[in-house]
Ligand binder design. Sequence first.
Ligand code: GLA
Length: 663
Amino acid sequence: MPDLNDATRGRILYGADYNPEQWPESVWHDDIRLMREAGVTTVTVGVFSWAMLEPRPGAREFDWLDRVLDLLHQGGIEVCLATPTASPPPWMGARHPETLPRDETGGVVWYGSRNQFCASSPVYRDYALRITEDLADRYGGHPALRMWHVGNEYGTHCWCDTTAAHFRRWLRAKYGRLDALNEAWGTAFWSQRYDSWEEIIPPRRAQYLGNPAQALDFRRFTSDALLECFTAERDALAARTPHIPVTTNFMPLFIGQDGWAWAAEEDVVSVDVYPDPKDPHGGAYGAMIHDLTRSQAGGPWVLMEQAAGPVNWRGVNHPKPHGLMRLWSLQAVARGADGVCFFQWRQSRQGSEKFHSGMVPHSGEHSRTYRQVRELGAALRELGGATGTDVPARAAILHDWHAWWASVQDGRPSSRLHYEQVLRAWHQALWERNLTTDFAHPHADLADYALIAVPHLYLLTDEALENLAGYVRGGGTLVCGFFTGVADEDDRVRPGGVDQRLRDILGLRTVHEWWPLDEGETVTAESPWLGPFTGTLWSEDLETATAERVARIKGGELDGLPAVTRNAYGDGTAWYVSTLPEPAALRALLGRAADEAGVSPPLPGIPEGVEAVLRGDLLFLLNHGRSPAVVPLPSARTDLLTGRAYDTQVRLDRFAVVALAPL
Ligand code: GLA
């Protein structure tokens, strides 16, 4: 199986989506000159070229793409060639309206934008496969080709009749008998019992609350249906070019795809990351996406898209202050990226993304942005030796799309509880303590981790519960967040409200009631270990069995009840956190659990705002703060980016990065 090393061959991939079809050919030569000057190694071509390649059904216009690929090759630029199947041409929707998705109300999602395809449509799939096969036949032997990029950000939804029939096939394969489906979906409730498979439809708009188990299965099905589109194209490519790795770019922490299942089908895992430059926690957010993507990949991965400056899809779109683009790019490398790419190479002059930045902005090559692009290219050249190396982590956060899907239903204790918000808060707390964190599936082998954090997994399968029990029994440290282990994989509430196995691990007798908190509402907790702190979002009427009380709630209806507990279980330790502690308290709590578990940052004495992460034998230090910081060094090292040697300390200006190699 080909992998990322086949594309990088010892260099960090540096480039962008390149859309030459938007420009006259005279500009292409200029593009290649500027790419070379910037140190661009690889560009992704053809992502949205379907209507140019197949202007009418079955026609093929490849000449322009031949010229583009030849020019790139002559310029020494390699190509990640995209299948154009994210955006069917208008003729497909006009001639085959059944390829157009329908929303929950049955309304048509028209062409005129992009992504207007029904993943279950055999007509769409057939056209997509044929253009993919023809691209592979034509360019599979092209010397510029290094990687395939299938589609773009898979994530469409459809509720049409073709989808309904496909959903029924999927359900039959899963349940076999209709009785089993009725049982799993709890259709005894509200007279929802199905008498024949034909009655079953996707969860379309209904009078009142829908069936949550049906909604959960529909999310599973939708992810699988899209994955079938991806694997069909991947197989066509792999059959023709078994030596060329295949990827598709994920959206960051995107709810619509089971990212574990998808990553397992890719040769290279890649993701698009767009933190808001104004977000003071943008660095933490980026780190979380990097850690998740590295974990999905099981090693190096590719940052397939980021913005050189502003995006155009936030209410107000902020440029990146000088140095931030470099900082966030090198952060990705520090956390395992072997590729740093952008959307897009040259900023468009037309279309709905003309105010989205590019590596070459409207203001051209004599611009601040392009200058920084060139500087980044030079920096990445120095880091080629890092490709293929690992980012060691002794802590992991458990994450599962199925639990996320189950948690987004209506009719739950609090509509204010958002899975990704809790995940982000916990990851940020670990990141701020410079504890490098992987993500892991709840069924994964956890033996190599000294600390496991479960911020919030509403749904835990039997296998996951046994896995956690085995992990803690064997000496592991678990820190478990609220409203976890409540449902089984059919979204059926576990006997007792929280699974008995989890309560045993945590040393809890019972959770009498959930006490979710309103906007602006807090609980106050006190703890000899953690000091006083407030919690938001959630609280619980909790009764312990064997667990000690680390923090108690002070005041209010739950006065005196445990907020944080700690339990000895087998050879290990299990903590429970029944609220969302304010950031400093969550940091202290996870830091304490990590200390006890023997998990420590890569070096002591790192000042606030500085990220320290090890990749292979390189120590990256990244200053996310707005003022200079000084980091003490235990031993002398050399910065690969500048060649400068440091003995006892490094001074980092705002947004500065060093990549320190042992002497
Ligand atoms: C996504 C898409 C790109 C582009 C960017 C804009 O990541 O994949 O085609 O639309 O967003 O930020």
